[in-house]
Design a protein around this ligand. Structure first.
Ligand SMILES: [Zn+2]
Length: 392
């Protein structure tokens, strides 16, 4: 395995910061800021009807919101402009979120249940929320990182997943990236986040239930059956020897691609060198297609689905969901009545058409408007622009 060098330091308020490199670098800058200690009072409340935990993190209302670029807290520090990263440059850096929803040092003195509701069990908001800066370059997006840096990010995801999985009480590690102001990203510097949850998330619980039911009904492996079918099906967007990227048959987002390794592994740390390099190749290709589908790069959410730390690991198959809430330029898909109220998704894009559109995007050369379906043509041409966000 390609070696990663990790250097651990502390920020002024005691939070940990980790620098990741291929070559040794001296990291000796001291955080000069006068920061109050991080005080986290998050709590988890149990929704007894849905059987799900909700994190109540009311202290996050004061967090930094879209600061000017010259005050970016994720850029390296400059004289007179101390940031979250004390060094003057870095490759990939990880630090604990200053406004975490979950923290290992959370206040433990919570009531056993919510006031007046004995079924709404309470727990401290224990866990960890980390920020991962992909590059010190404020203006570079993940799609433009290049293969070497993207591979380093994969290795960092693996290292963080392994370490956070080792914390007593952590049940699932979630690496993700929210990209684009349209979906509520509060900092434009290229970065992702990692949440270490003290419970198995509802999506993973639900998928594991489907895997078990499929095995009982057919004797087969649901993940294996899906991956095998999609790899040779009509919705493949990009693929190589080790990975397949396809639009899922029942895609719920206007643009959605799932990336599955060909080999069944539970999580990112289980990926070998060749599989990590092959992931980077396919992922950068798919991101380039997302970036060039329309005249303006699509906002997206990239969401790693990893096995829980303790349960269901033998059943799980690692995959990445990449999806955009943009259905056409200037038109966001909002989770309205059916989706928000009932969890029943209604989408007006056809998965096979979306796969074809993404396959047809030219990923090199001049950016050009791609062949759009007739129903969207007038929006793309700008003849009848709709600048405002349309709520579905
Ligand atoms: Zn920045």
């Amino acid at each position: 395995m390609v070696a990663v060098i990790r250097t651990s330091r502390r920020l002024a308020d005691g939070r940990e910061i980790l620098y990741f490199d291929r070559e040794p670098r001296p990291y000796d800058a001291v955080d000069p800021r006068d920061l109050p200690p991080v005080a986290t009072h998050s709590q988890l409340r149990y929704d007894a009807l849905l059987g799900e935990w909700v994190a109540i993190a009311s202290h996050r209302q004061t967090r930094t919101f879209l600061p000017p670029a010259d005050q970016c807290p994720l850029c390296p520090s400059r004289p007179g402009h101390p940031s979250e990263v004390p060094e003057s440059d870095y490759e990939v850096v990880v630090f604990e979120n200053r406004f975490p929803s979950l923290a290992t040092g959370v206040a433990r003195n919570v009531l056993p249940s919510a006031p007046g509701s004995p079924l709404a069990e309470l727990r401290p908001g224990f866990g960890r929320c980390e920020v991962v800066c992909f590059t010190s370059d404020h203006d570079r997006v993940f799609a433009e990182l290049g293969a070497d840096r993207a591979r380093l990010v994969v290795d960092v995801w693996a290292e963080r997943t392994a370490e956070l999985s080792g914390i007593d009480g952590i049940e699932q590690v979630f690496c993700f990236e929210n990209h684009g102001e349209e979906i509520g990203v509060t900092l434009s510097h290229p970065h992702g986040q990692i949440y270490a949850y003290p419970f198995v998330t509802p999506r993973v619980e639900k998928v594991l239930g489907s895997v078990r039911r499929h095995r009982e009904a057919t004797g087969g492996d649901l993940f294996a059956d899906v991956v095998a079918a999609e790899r040779s099906g009509p919705r493949v967007v990009s693929a190589n020897e080790h990975w397949t990227a396809f639009v899922p048959a029942a895609a719920r987002w206007p643009y959605e691609v799932q990336l599955f390794p060909v080999r069944k592994v539970p999580d990112i740390p289980a990926l070998g060198d060749d599989e990590r390099n092959a992931f980077v190749e396919v992922y950068l290709d798919v991101l380039a297609r997302f970036a060039r589908r329309f005249d303006h790069p699509m906002p997206y959410i990239a969401s790693w689905n990893q096995a829980p730390v303790r349960t269901g690991r033998d059943d799980w198959w690692l995959h990445l969901q990449l999806f955009s809430l943009l259905r056409a330029p200037g038109k966001m898909k909002y989770l309205a009545g059916s989706e928000s109220g009932m969890g029943a998704f209604i989408t007006d894009t056809n998965p096979e058409d979306v796969a074809e559109q993404l396959r047809n995007v030219k990923t090199t050369g001049e950016r050009a408007s791609q062949g759009a379906p007739a129903t969207e043509g007038r929006n793309e041409s700008g003849v009848e622009p709709e600048k405002s966000v349309v709520v579905e």
